[in-house]
Each structure stands twice: as C-alpha cells, then as structure tokens.
Design a protein around this ligand. Structure first.
Ligand SMILES: Nc1nc2c(c(=O)[nH]1)N[C@H]1C(S)=C(S)[C@@H](COP(=O)(O)O)O[C@H]1N2
Ligand SMILES: [Mo]
Length: 560
C-alpha cells in the first residue's frame, strides 16, 4: 500500500488507490443516507418495505432448507439479526465498490447505485404480504444515495480537469503513504501528471478532500436524522399503545386449576408455564408485524354458507375459553427448545366455523397472517371437539406482539406451521387438493400431528454431578393424546419408570422426574415416552424435515 519507489509508477498507483478509497468512503456514506431516507419513507408505508428488511425477507422465503436449518442451529432465535447483519455487510461492500468505481467511471458507479435501488424495490414488492407502494422506500433511498454520492464526488471529479496535479501539494495524505517519508514519492507522481493518465481522478487537493469530508459529515447527519425520524414515527405508529389498552374478558370456561405438583420446580427443569418473554419464537417476519386491535378484522370465507367478518371488539364479546396448551415447532430437533407452554385465552374456533357453515368437502382451513404466511389446518381436527381457538390472551396478558397480537390461532396437537397462525386476519375454507400452504410449498408435510417426544432438562449434557441421589428430570409431550409413561435408561441398564407430574389436560407437556442413584464415572442417560394411544417413542433418529424429528434424547454426565 505504501509507495516507496520514486518515480511515476508506484506513486500513481498509490494516488489512484487513495482516490478509490475516498470514493469507497463516499459510497458507504451515500448508502447510509439512502438507508436513512428509505427508513423514513418506510415509516409511512410499512416497516417491512425498508430495503434491508425487504431483501432479508425475500431471502428468508427462498433460503434452501439446509441453510435455514443451519442458521437456526447456529444462531438460534438470533438468526434474524444474523441475516440482517449479513445483508447490511453485503450492501456496505457493494456501496463501497460503487463509490470506488464512481471516482473513475461515474457511469458504472451510479448504475450500481440504481441497480441496488431496483433490487431493494424488487425485493420489497415480491415479499410475501407486500403492499402496492412497497417499492417506494428503496427508490427514494436510491435517489437520496445517488444525490449524496454526486455531491460528495463533485470536487473529486472536478479535480480531474481542474487543479489536480498542478498544485505542489496535490497529493492528499489519504492517497497512499501516510508516513511522512512516503509522501515525496506520491507527490512526484501527481505533479508529474501521470496520476491522471493511469488512475483517473487522483487530483483532489487538500482543500477538496476537506470539502468532501465536510460534505460527508453533513450527509451522515442528514441521513442519520432521516433514519432516526423514520424509526421514531415507526415506533409511534407501533401497536404497543393498542395492546396496552386491551382489557381481556373473563372466560366463560376458565382453565383447570393446576394440581399441586404440576410444576415440580426442580432447578434446571422447564417451568410448566413458559413465561411470555422466554416462549420460543418462530416466524418468517424480520420485523414484528404491527397489527392494531382497532384495525384488525377477520374474514371467514371460501367454502362456507355465510361469509363472516369479525372485528376485535366482536371477537372479545364472544364466549371465551382459557386453556393450557403446549406449542411445538416441527423444526424442533430431538432435545431442542422450540417448544413452550402457555395458558391461552380465546374464542372457540369451531363455534365460529359452525356459524359460517362449512360446506361439505372443505377439508382445509387456510389461514393467513398479516406477514403473508398461509397455514393449512385440517377442518376435521378443528371441529373434533378439541380446544382450537382464536387466541387473544397468553398467560393472563394480551398476546405479545411477537406472538401474534392481536389474534392468533392455537390448535392443540398440531405443529405450529399447520395450526398456530399469528396476526391471523383471514380464514378461507377450501380443499387440501386445491391449495398448498407456505411450508407445504417448500416440501414440508401437508398435515402433521405433533409426535410423541421427551427431553432431559437436567442434568444437562456434559454436566458434572456429585455421586448419590440425583434427580433426572425433563418434559414429555404428545399433545391431545397425552403422556402415559416416561422411562429413563442409564447406560445399558433397564428402562426405569419416571414419576409423572399431573397435567390439567392432555394438550400440554408433562414434567417427569426419576431419582437416580448416581455412581462415580461417566454415564449416558436416555429417555423415552409412551403416549396414551400406546405408542412408544422410536429410537430411530429422523430429521425435522418433513414432518418432525424422532429419536431419544440423551445426555452424557460425569459423576464425581
Ligand atoms: N403469521 C405467522 N404465523 C406463524 C408463523 C409465521 O411465520 N407467521 N410460524 C408458525 C410456526 S412455524 C410456529 S412453530 C409457531 C410459533 O409460534 P410462536 O412464535 O408464538 O412460538 O407460529 C406459527 N405461526
Ligand atoms: Mo414451526
């Protein structure tokens, strides 16, 4: 990077490199301004239309399964942050390249800026659930970015035919050697005029460079301000206020009181009810959809006798039930944590469907979320008497925004991707043979009951415990069938029956514990559950795709 030789060659390279570096910096600043203005525009349209989020969303929708599974494994629930960071890094690199190009070949540089704008706009309009004006933020952003880049580069481009190379101090300190000893070589190059010949615009003088930096500082302030105002407006328009104003109704049918011992309260064991803040979260949305209770309505249509539309107020006036139900994600691996349990409050879904009058042959309920997802649920499962509901409350609070405020579906016994539509706004009765929902289009099973499974919560894998009585404890689940038995095996010993905690219904997980007489050494614990239909968990390992993982959870423990 340092020009050591005297003479034109290396010095010229250093100056042109320096110009490219300044151009890259201008590109970065312009990208920042572009994002700021795009954010401001998105505040008035929708948050999801902001370019980085839009590109991320399209990637979420088209990521191959192995990559998505890897991301979930690697980043867990931070997978979204990781994705957005990745998109930002790629944008930063492209913006820097565009800026570097713009110094020498403005046409190419500005074409790249335009292309980035078009890409953002294309992502925004093709995103599932996009609105018709969603291309605007990216385009406004691109215009703001281009204007900024032009303003920043003006002195540099002007320098090409102006004073570049003619002044004694033509070579800026950013152009190559920063150590004093190397300036001489660079200066030689510039004064010789060869810098322009080989490297294009190299002649920004000290005052010009200062001008660029001052403009850049202004651009950062203005772009940052626009972005900040956009964020403020976005937050003000958020539905937090709407949620805070909700008064949940008293259920006609309250949840069964939890019998003593339902929660064994052992250290390391998952609590029977997962606090809302630690409830697992899985969805395709990079920004939490903002649906206010006042703006919400649900349409029931398709193969029904009578179309219905329901507002939030009307929904709250209906008879409500309150139930403990354990939700599980089909992507949960053996031993994984994509499973949580809560006490839900909601209106029975079957009653609503009976009012609409389901036509014969309508075997699929296609529900749509505000984020554009579609989820297909068997009509017969919802109508079979189980507590399928349109939930508005979770553990005594209005649904948190991340979990579907104002209304989501909950259907005991089915994986989330075929039942648990958050931000649900539309129910269409149809046929499985006519329509594949979002995940089914991506190869997952069209219908999927939750498989009978169990997990060891304590001792944890590779934990070290003291010899003697050690509680081995965890959870087991077979929603809507119910857990009949849980057995634990130490090394190659016999299966020993664990003690089962009570549960209010068959729709939740069930805690279990086995007091283990732990002897010094390395031991391997395995667990298997049997449901009330008599199915015992198979040891055969299966991946989550396409209909849920199977296999026994195991932990390795060192007893000292
Ligand atoms: N609108 C919407 N609803 C959705 C999803 C989604 O991506 N969008 N994901 C589903 C999946 S795959 C699961 S496992 C559950 C997770 O619900 P939770 O985030 O409240 O735990 O929501 C389901 N409902
Ligand atoms: Mo899921």
């Amino acid at each position: 990077m340092i020009a050591v030789a005297s003479g034109a060659g290396p010095g010229a390279r250093a100056t042109s490199r320096g110009a490219a570096a300044l151009g890259a910096l201008c590109g970065l600043v312009s990208a920042g301004v572009a994002l700021g203005f795009a954010q401001l525009a998105a505040a008035f349209i929708r948050q999801e239309a902001a370019p980085v989020v839009a590109v991320g969303s399209v990637m979420v929708n088209s990521t191959p399964r192995w990559l998505k599974e890897w991301a979930i494994r690697e980043f867990g629930t931070n997978d979204k942050t990781a994705l957005l960071t990745g998109v930002l890094i790629v944008l930063a690199v492209l913006a820097a390249v565009a800026g570097a190009f713009a110094v020498r070949r403005p046409a190419i540089g500005f074409a790249m800026v335009a292309l980035l704008g078009v890409l953002g706009a294309a992502a925004a309009v093709t995103r599932a659930g996009a609105g018709s004006a969603d291309w605007l933020p990216s385009l406004l952003g691109a215009v703001a970015g281009a204007v900024t880049l032009a303003a920043l580069l003006r002195p540099l481009l002007g320098g090409r035919d102006g004073h570049g190379g003619t002044e004694g101090v033509a070579v800026p300190s950013w152009a190559g050697g920063t150590a004093n000893g190397h300036r001489g070589a660079a200066r030689t190059a510039a004064t010789a005029g060869t810098g322009q010949a080989t490297g294009g615009a190299t002649g920004a003088s000290g005052p010009d460079r200062r001008g660029v930096l001052v403009t850049a500082a202004w651009a950062v302030v203005i772009g940052g301000g626009a972005g900040w105002i956009g964020k403020m407006i976005g937050t003000r328009r958020s539905v937090a206020a709407s949620r805070a104003a909700v008064r949940l109704p008293v259920p006609r049918s309250p949840a069964r009181r939890l019998a003593a011992g339902t929660d064994l309260r052992l250290p390391g064991l998952s609590p029977f009810r997962t606090p809302n803040g630690s409830f697992y979260r899985i969805d395709i949305s990079l920004v939490t959809p903002q649906v206010s209770a006042e703006g919400w309505s649900l349409k029931v249509h398709g193969m029904v006798e009578r179309e219905l539309t329901l507002t939030y107020k009307e929904l709250l006036r209906r008879d409500m039930i309150e139930r403990d139900v354990t939700l599980a994600c089909v992507s949960n691996e053996v031993g994984g944590n994509l499973i949580s349990s809560a006490k839900w409050l909601g209106a029975p879904l079957a009653e609503l469907l009976r009012e609409a009058g389901v036509k014969p042959g309508a075997d699929q309920i296609i529900s749509r979320g505000h984020d554009g997802i579609t989820i297909g649920t068997p009509t017969q499962v919802v109508m079979d008497g189980r507590d399928a509901m349109l939930a508005v409350g979770m553990n005594g609070e209005p649904l948190p925004q991340a979990h579907g405020f104002p209304v989501r579906m909950v259907v005991p016994g089915l994986y989330g991707y075929v039942s648990a539509t958050k931000w649900v706004t539309d129910l269409e009765l149809g046929r499985f043979s006519d329509y594949d929902a979002y995940w089914v289009q991506r190869g997952w099973a069209q219908q999927a009951e939750i498989k009978t499974e169990s997990r060891i919560d304590t001792p944890r894998n590779f934990e070290q415990v003291r010899a003697g009585k050690v509680p081995v404890a965890g959870i087991a689940w077979a929603q809507h069938r119910g857990i009949a038995k849980v057995e634990v095996r130490v090394d190659d010993g016999p299966w020993q029956q664990a003690r089962l905690a009570p549960t209010p219904t068959t729709d939740t997980w069930r805690q279990w514990v086995l007091m283990w007489d732990a002897a010094v050494g390395e031991h391997r614990l395995a667990v298997r559950a049997t449901d009330r239909d008599g199915n015992t968990q198979t040891p055969a390992r299966a991946q989550p795709f396409p209909s849920g993982a199977t296999g026994w959870d195991t932990t390795s423990v060192r007893v000292v």
